[in-house]
Ligand binder design. Structure first.
Ligand code: 5GP
Length: 189
């Protein structure tokens, strides 16, 4: 997605441990016009899909999933919660994630009330690096026995193992910006 790539090049900052900071428009401050275009792009890519749920993970996935859902007849968005929130006392599907940006283990859960075997699920997230977050969401979908239509990712670092790891499992993964290197400036595929 050209606009997204331009913004990554213009505002992105590369931090140690291969962390790309794009806080000024995606992960902290939100560029509403860009998000609208991101939602539209995911709709175009997944136009043949009829999701009954859009699934993401807190926190940065929520706004992206929300704007995407507005292009799919306001399909409900479910976001996985992290670290055993006190208000999650009902029955949940759960998985463990090693957080890329925090380096710590996170307990990730979704209430059984909001995901079931009849659901057709589109998964949306901001970044794909080692594939931990996406793997957790897919694990939760397997527990729910629901049908996964595909995964839409805003920015994927293709030189890291996540994309291959998830594709190898047979899932469809679509990325709006594919970053092939951040060694000497940010380069896209
Ligand atoms: P993974 O689980 O695939 O290793 O990493 C994906 C998750 O870690 C995303 O949900 C995102 O929040 C975070 N993440 C991974 N790499 C980056 C990065 O380069 N920049 C930012 N801002 N977040 C990242």
């Amino acid at each position: 997605m050209k606009l997204l790539e331009e913004m990554i090049v213009k505002y992105g900052k590369v931090y140690p441990n291969d962390v790309l900071k794009i806080d000024s428009f995606l992960n902290h401050q939100i560029d509403v016009n860009l998000f609208f275009e991101i939602g539209k792009e995911f709709k175009e890519i997944f136009k043949d899909c009829k999701p009954t749920k859009i699934l993401t993970i807190e926190a940065s996935g929520i706004a992206i999933a929300f704007v995407t859902a507005t292009f799919f007849d306001n399909c409900p968005v479910v976001f996985a919660k992290k670290d055993g929130a006190l208000n999650m006392f009902h029955d949940t599907y759960h998985a463990d994630e090693t957080s890329y940006t925090r380096g710590s283990k996170k307990y990730v859960e979704v209430s059984r009330e909001y995901l079931c075997k009849d659901d057709n699920v589109l998964i949306i997230d901001d970044f794909l690096a080692n594939g931990e977050a996406l793997n957790c969401l897919l694990d939760i979908c397997r527990q729910a026995k629901c049908n996964v239509l595909g995964c839409g990712i805003v920015a994927c670092k293709t030189y890291q193992p996540g994309l291959e790891r998830i594709k190898k499992q047979g899932y469809r993964v679509e990325c709006l910006a594919k970053i092939k290197s951040m060694n000497d400036g940010i380069e896209f595929e």
